[in-house]
Ligand binder design. Structure first.
Ligand SMILES: Cc1cc2nc3c(=O)[nH]c(=O)nc-3n(C[C@H](O)[C@H](O)[C@H](O)COP(=O)(O)OP(=O)(O)OC[C@H]3O[C@@H](n4cnc5c(N)ncnc54)[C@H](O)[C@@H]3O)c2cc1C
Length: 344
């Protein structure tokens, strides 16, 4: 069942290379090609795709590219034109692309133009009885679905952290450029820039080995009857700096800024983990001053080893939600941890 597989990617914000997730998804596309004795074609979109094409040269695949200033930044109209042109040139049965925000906005429209179908947030692509199926999670990672479709082309947008990245030596790529004429009404939207939340530390680190989660307890009155928010800020920021961990927060904690309570200045809604927050992927997680309620813990679905620190021996973590629970004061533990890390 030889299949035409198109791996589609765009250049990242640096303007030079592909985003990290693209290499992971390329690994999955190559796997599928190998298991179906399929032919892999690579499609690239960006202002300048030479460097990225060179990085993939050793794969030996056909490389189709739409490049030029019009394709430098995310814009639905031009991105859709570019992806459509590449798909028409490659005539694939499967289009496999990374779930970047740029592609999540545009690929469903491209699937519609090609009379194909699309599935997003794919976590794995498998073959059983010569049938390709793709897996994804539903209902905030509570249900896993295995999807099969007859429609072709079938577009699969794959999430990060789900496959080993492809690595290989760079070389000289033979690129087939595709000319995509852009009409004036397709350039009405102009890219102005990227705005990031106003915080003085970059705290969300998807590649970190550890997810450190802070809960509302950090801002609550402690044994002496007082809040210790300033101390909490120093303890958490020092730990993040010394350990390289990524920072998550419970809903109660991130909501406090809107309720005029004492807050951790660097904590934003982007840090929220859980049912109405994110579901990050990290090998380990450490929860501090957070109760471990189900709507929060469902966001820990993809954390392999879970530990928690809580004063309350009856907290949610104690009921099978953490591998290890330390029933103790998180302020004291973090002070000790920071001292040990600083020595290192
Ligand atoms: C529809 C819905 C969706 C939701 N989605 C989410 C979501 O996405 N994410 C989320 O987080 N929540 C979510 N929630 C809210 C969730 O149910 C909890 O209310 C919330 O997670 C509680 O946050 P918390 O544990 O930080 O605060 P609290 O429940 O106030 O717990 C604070 C904890 O800190 C501990 N503590 C205090 N001081 C110390 C200390 N010195 N050392 C150690 N421990 C200490 C206390 O013992 C306590 O257990 C959702 C709720 C609903 C209804």
């Amino acid at each position: 069942m030889s299949q035409n597989i198109l791996f589609l990617a765009h250049i990242d914000e640096s303007g030079k290379s592909l985003p990290r997730v693209a290499f992971e998804v390329l690994g999955a596309a190559l796997d599928l090609a190998a298991r179906t004795s399929g032919v892999l074609t690579i499609g690239l979109i960006g202002a300048n795709i030479q460097g990225a094409a060179g990085a993939l040269a050793s794969i030996g695949a056909r490389i189709l590219a739409v490049s030029g200033a019009d394709f430098a930044h995310p814009r639905y109209s031009t991105d859709a034109d570019a992806a459509e042109a590449i798909c028409r040139a490659a005539s694939p049965e499967f289009v496999i692309a990374p779930s970047t925000s740029r592609f999540l906005r545009v690929i469903p429209g491209v699937a519609q133009r090609l009379s194909g179908q699309v599935d997003t947030h794919i976590t794995s692509i498998e073959i059983a009885d010569s049938q390709v199926s793709a897996k994804r999670w539903f209902y905030r990672q509570r249900l896993e679905a295995a999807i099969q479709r007859d429609a072709r082309p079938w577009f699969l947008l794959m999430d990060s952290g789900c496959h080993e990245p492809w690595t290989g030596a760079a070389g000289t790529a033979n690129i087939e450029p595709i000319d995509v004429p852009i009409s004036l009404d397709h350039t009405r939207t102009v890219f102005a820039g990227i705005r990031t939340p106003n915080c003085n530390a970059q705290t969300i680190r998807p590649d970190a080995k550890l997810l450190f989660v802070a809960g509302a307890g950090w801002c609550k009155k402690q044994a002496d009857g007082k809040n210790h928010v300033a101390e909490a800020e120093v303890a958490i920021l020092s730990f993040l700096q010394n350990s390289g961990a990524s920072l998550g927060g419970s809903k109660s904690l991130v909501d406090q800024s809107g309720e005029n309570q004492a807050v951790l200045g660097f904590m934003t809604h982007l840090n929220q983990v859980g049912q109405t927050g994110s579901t990050p992927r990290h090998p380990k997680g450490l929860s501090t001053c957070c109760h471990g309620e189900e709507p929060h813990v469902v966001g820990w679905r993809f954390i392999n080893e879970r530990r928690a620190i809580n004063l309350d021996p009856n907290c949610g973590w104690a009921r099978g939600k953490a591998d290890v629970l330390y029933v103790t004061d998180a302020f004291q533990v973090m002070a000790k941890l920071n001292a040990l890390l600083a020595k290192k």
